[in-house]
Design a protein around this ligand. Structure first.
Ligand code: HEM
Ligand code: HEM
Length: 311
């Protein structure tokens, strides 16, 4: 707990500029999307128990607090995907890794994220059937502006706080590789692999991140902008997974999304654990918990994909 509080305080008071905030929001967004995914796999698993249970519990997606969380999810997913793409490009195209180009790319990236999010977020709320957002563009705009204002507000407020004295560039290493990450992301590279195993994980994060731009963003786009959350119920799953032509494709697509997003997210959690937890026994315990959670969720997710049969 103490390292976490110390890191939060350092992030808020450290003058790392755009690179620091690019990194902090990337991490928070990755963890936020993962938290949603854990819940989401459990809710889709409920389809195993038939339409009664599934449709009864799906009201959660359509209730207004969850609508706001879905818009926040869009922000997290868009930011993490586009910032991740920027990191991947800078890692493989050396001329993009210089400090000044990385900074320009970062501003281009947040502009694209902001525009896509504003249009998408307002659309999601205005076309929701439920009150209070349905057909209410003012309320929808307020929610979208509020979500954008949150990270901006924290960054602005932190610039007013006294600068951190504990995170000198050459001194404090108590927050793991936080400092490396901050420094390196300005160059567009988050961490340099130390050995073959780390290199493989580093590569996996980039390859899976690249694939997830298509898999996860397109899935979100389909669910919210083509079908709409109001259309989702047990019959909708039948329509997607039992279709004689496209059913096999969508099951394979969901299986790939399941495996890549969970494994990418869990390797991300490993980075986070290793950054903040320095007690070896606790590290092993937490990493073991993350691996077991991933295995359990992959089994649940794959089970419903392979066995779903509504006839
Ligand atoms: C609020 C936004 C979302 C909605 C409404 C939604 C809806 C759905 C629905 C209806 C299914 C059932 C299968 C199908 O029709 O393809 C599904 C499956 C799935 N979704 Fe989403 N989804 C959302 C966001 C996401 C995100 C952001 C991710 C990844 C990070 C994701 C990952 C998955 C996975 C892995 C499956 C397969 C689950 C399983 O095997 O049990 N979804 N989603
Ligand atoms: C949509 C496309 C995505 C892209 C382009 C992407 C890209 C990346 C990249 C480049 C990293 C840095 C890896 C490193 O430090 O070596 C990363 C970290 C991470 N990603 Fe993703 N990712 C995507 C989707 C996701 C999803 C769906 C989740 C959650 C299920 C997720 C969760 C995480 C987490 C938790 C981290 C660790 C953050 C940190 O160390 O600060 N990512 N991602």
């Amino acid at each position: 707990m103490a390292p976490l509080i110390q890191t939060a305080s350092s992030v808020l008071r450290y003058r790392g500029g755009a690179g620091q905030w690019a990194w902090a929001i990337h991490r928070a967004a990755g963890l936020g999307v993962l938290a949603f995914l854990l819940l989401h796999i459990v809710d889709i698993f409920l389809a195993t128990f038939g339409p009664g249970v599934f449709d009864e519990l799906l009201f959660i997606y359509k209730a207004w607090p969850f609508r706001i969380l879905e818009v926040a999810l869009l922000f997290g997913l868009l930011y993490h995907a586009l910032n991740g793409l920027r990191i991947i490009l800078a890692d493989f195209i050396p001329m993009l890794a210089s400090r000044s180009i990385a900074r320009k790319l970062f501003y281009i990236q947040i502009t694209i994220t902001g525009v896509l999010f504003a249009v998408g977020g307002i659309w999601m709320l205005v076309f929701a059937k439920e009150e209070p957002f349905g057909n209410n563009p003012v309320l929808a705009t307020l929610v979208v502006v509020g979500i954008i204002a949150l990270p901006l507000g924290v960054a602005l407020l932190s610039s007013l706080a006294p600068a951190s004295a504990t995170l000198g560039l050459d001194r404090d290493t108590s927050t793991g590789n936080y400092q490396d990450s901050v420094e390196a992301i300005v160059r567009g590279r988050q961490r340099r692999p130390m050995n073959r195993q780390e290199l493989n994980i580093w590569l996996f994060m980039r390859v899976s991140g690249f694939l997830l731009i298509f898999l996860a963003l397109f899935h979100f786009f389909l669910m919210h902008f083509i079908y709409g959350v109001d259309a989702i119920d047990f019959r909708f799953i039948i329509f997607r997974w039992m279709d004689p032509v496209a059913g096999f494709f969508w099951r394979a697509y969901d299986l790939a999304l399941l495996v890549f997003s969970l494994t990418h997210g869990m390797f991300g959690v490993r980075y986070v654990i290793e950054d903040y937890v320095h007690n070896r026994a606790l590290q092993v315990f937490l990493l073991g918990g993350a691996v077991l959670t991933e295995i359990a969720l992959i089994i649940m997710g794959a089970f419903v994909i392979f066995t779903f049969n509504a006839v």
